[in-house]
Design a protein around this ligand. Sequence first.
Ligand SMILES: NC(=O)c1ccc[n+]([C@@H]2O[C@H](COP(=O)([O-])OP(=O)(O)OC[C@H]3O[C@@H](n4cnc5c(N)ncnc54)[C@H](O)[C@@H]3O)[C@@H](O)[C@H]2O)c1
Ligand SMILES: [Zn+2]
Length: 363
Amino acid sequence: MHKIILNLKNAKYPIYIGNETLSKFPSLCKAHRIKPHLAIVTDKIVAKLYLDELLSVLKKSGFSPEFIIVNPGEKSKNLFVLSEIITQLIQMKLRRDETIIAFGGGVIGDLAGFASAIYLRGVNLIQFPTTLLAMVDSSIGGKVGIDHKFGKNLIGAFYHPIFVFSDVSFLKTLPQREIICGLGEVVKYGIIMDSEIFKMLETQLEDVLKLNSRVIQNLVYRSVIVKSRVVSKDEREKKLRMILNFGHTIGHSIEASLNYKRLKHGEAVMLGMIGESFISLNRGILRKAEFERIRKVISEAGVVFPKKFLAKTLILKHIGYDKKIFSERLNMYLPVKIGRMKFFNDVSLEEIENAIDFLFNQN
Ligand SMILES: NC(=O)c1ccc[n+]([C@@H]2O[C@H](COP(=O)([O-])OP(=O)(O)OC[C@H]3O[C@@H](n4cnc5c(N)ncnc54)[C@H](O)[C@@H]3O)[C@@H](O)[C@H]2O)c1
Ligand SMILES: [Zn+2]
């Protein structure tokens, strides 16, 4: 099992990454002085697949876990479901020094993580991610929260877990499309900071998609290192953390212009990365060969720009809503080679427009 320590100003905690390591989970809880009474928060799909197993492993080691099950999907990330969770925590009499386990994908991590932050002004949290996206992205960095009808992630906090426990064997049941979605962020880590990740994707994509556990564990490990490194240098989203937005300015706008239907976040981000790399190519700061490598990996992952369903004007309109906008120029990190980014504060809307044109003109 790998262990990465995330070292922050006011928090320091480990992220464990293993394969078939569930049996070690209770002893890790004990090592971290987790009290026996626990509340597992999960969704219906994860509960059906894995809850019995988790409960039994914990009970065998002397824990008394209880659980709260919510409906799967983004639609559960709201104030109403949050309030239901809090009600059940009160009914369970979960105490201030006891622990919530967020057992599921990013939705559960955000929702249960936020419940942990506010219930009794904060109880212990363990992040136990079960999707690739949650393992490489949402469980790391302490952002938790819920959506509001006016927008996604508008209500939330920074709240760190006692530890994160990622076991890649849980990914075996994850639908292929969800794997691709998580891969979007992995490709991103390769381009922004770790060209080895990128090379692994170039040479072993088939093994990755087949979930070869050795390869996938290695990818998760390297991805977590990249995200941890960025987050520990910039906890509160000043400048450096913006590097994690690579692919997201254009990606978000594509997603939003489709009303969050048809494309999943990770797929939209992959297309956004092609677009934003095109800006670099056009500026002459990224070599054509590097650009083509980026394009190739993304197309081999099977992500296609759904041009039939998209309108350029609508995508551009959503760029205008993007919070990174600064007068008429955008602040953005752009790739200068695979594994290295540079910060620019002068990206024009015209350059974005050209990048979107490029996406439309691909076959
Ligand atoms: N906090 C952050 O820093 C951060 C970063 C990125 C994304 N997010 C949030 O993460 C959420 C997306 O996360 P996600 O993609 O994991 O979505 P998700 O939690 O909805 O999970 C996707 C689907 O997979 C199912 N599932 C989970 N684990 C499974 C398993 N092992 N086998 C089979 N099915 C499984 C879930 O029930 C769900 O239907 C969004 O709400 C997004 O805002 C947060
Ligand atoms: Zn993302």
